[in-house]
Design a protein around this ligand. Structure first.
Ligand SMILES: *[C@@H]1O[C@H](CO)[C@@H](O)[C@H](O)[C@H]1NC(C)=O
Length: 321
């Protein structure tokens, strides 16, 4: 067995620590630079293939990437191949894990706990997404907020949840130069009704857009997924489509997860189930969450990349219409 282990060892050392299909993307200097221009909260590990701690960190860091997908990108940089970058980043030992709260536009935060666990990385990243969202606790606060920022495009989340979803925080951080972000807990849908919409189902969220100068909102009619909302926001920013046309396009989008996304979702579900059954003893905080939400953790929290339930498949006649 020992001989076999030794024979296999060099293969491990020469290969990349994270395989191509991992949610942890190995990036080089060039991709690092372009990632840093995105203004997103990003987690980066600076590693070397031969370093034992780096190898042992792989499963935990990968689990964290799974939990953070698709909201916070998780990367690894091979310092043997990107020496200048690692020097510039002040890397003195391996692994060095750093959070870039807003790409290159905000100071980095080093991960300095010796416990390199999935929950450690997960909460380190999610708790440090800069807060650019204003919570509007009472519905009376909405009108003044709308007026106060009337020269800008404003986006408002009406959510049934008590906590501001990570997805919304991530969007507010990414698009803070472009929109004013607000959120309001519309527990029973009364605010929706006051604004002229339906109260909506138990977990239904709404994203309202107030174009600059307008006092009346436009309801975003697309899927409440990270990529769909981002696409909609991008189209407002680049002005290629007017708001109503962009909304028409968003409305047409079908809810179809790619096979890769389905696989990720299945793994996320499995991870949460394992958590619910005490599968990962190191994830104390996750266990806390399970206690708080009960066994239907996934049901209460939804898919990480969405603000609401999975939409039902469109009926054939809807499609035809
Ligand atoms: C990122 O933020 C900076 C400064 O806030 C801004 O100049 C730049 O245009 C933003 N980039 C993107 C891609 O939004």
């Amino acid at each position: 067995l020992l001989a076999l282990t030794l024979a296999l060892a060099p293969a491990v050392v020469s290969g990349a620590l994270y395989p191509k299909d991992s949610l942890v993307k190995m990036i080089d200097t060039k991709t690092f630079r372009s990632a840093m221009k995105q203004n997103q909260t990003t987690l980066v590990a600076f590693v070397a293939n031969w370093c034992g701690h780096c190898q042992r960190m792989v499963p935990e860091y990968s689990k964290a990437a799974l939990g953070l997908y698709p909201l916070i990108p998780v990367y690894a940089v091979d310092c043997d191949e990107n020496k200048a970058l690692c020097a510039e980043q002040g890397v003195k030992g391996f692994p060095t894990v750093k959070l870039f709260p807003r790409g290159k536009y905000a100071p980095t935060v080093p991960y300095d706990s010796p416990e390199r666990t999935a929950s450690g990385f997960y909460y380190f990243a999610t708790r440090r997404v800069p807060n650019r969202n204003q919570k509007l606790y009472r519905h009376e606060q909405i009108e003044p907020w709308v007026q106060q920022h009337s020269d800008k495009d404003r986006v408002l989340l009406l959510s049934k949840n008590k906590d501001v979803p990570l997805l919304w925080k991530v969007l507010a951080n990414k698009y803070r130069d472009n929109f004013e972000f607000g959120s309001h807990r519309d527990r029973k849908g009364r605010t929706s009704v006051k604004l002229g919409y339906e109260a909506g189902s138990k977990k239904e969220s709404k994203v309202l857009v107030y174009p600059a100068g307008a006092a009346k909102p436009v309801l975003f009619e697309g899927l409440l997924k990270y990529d769909s909302i981002s696409k909609f926001f991008d189209s407002i920013i680049d002005g290629t489509a007017d708001l109503s046309a962009a909304n028409e396009a968003a409305k047409e989008e079908e809810f179809e997860l790619s096979e890769e996304e389905q696989e990720i979702e299945r793994k996320q579900e499995a991870q949460r189930l394992a958590l619910a059954h005490g599968g990962f003893t190191d994830m104390i905080d996750f266990e806390e969450a399970v206690k708080k939400y009960g066994m239907d953790f996934h049901d209460s929290n939804g898919y990480g990349g969405m603000l609401s339930d999975m939409p039902k498949k469109k009926k054939a006649e809807d499609k035809a219409a």
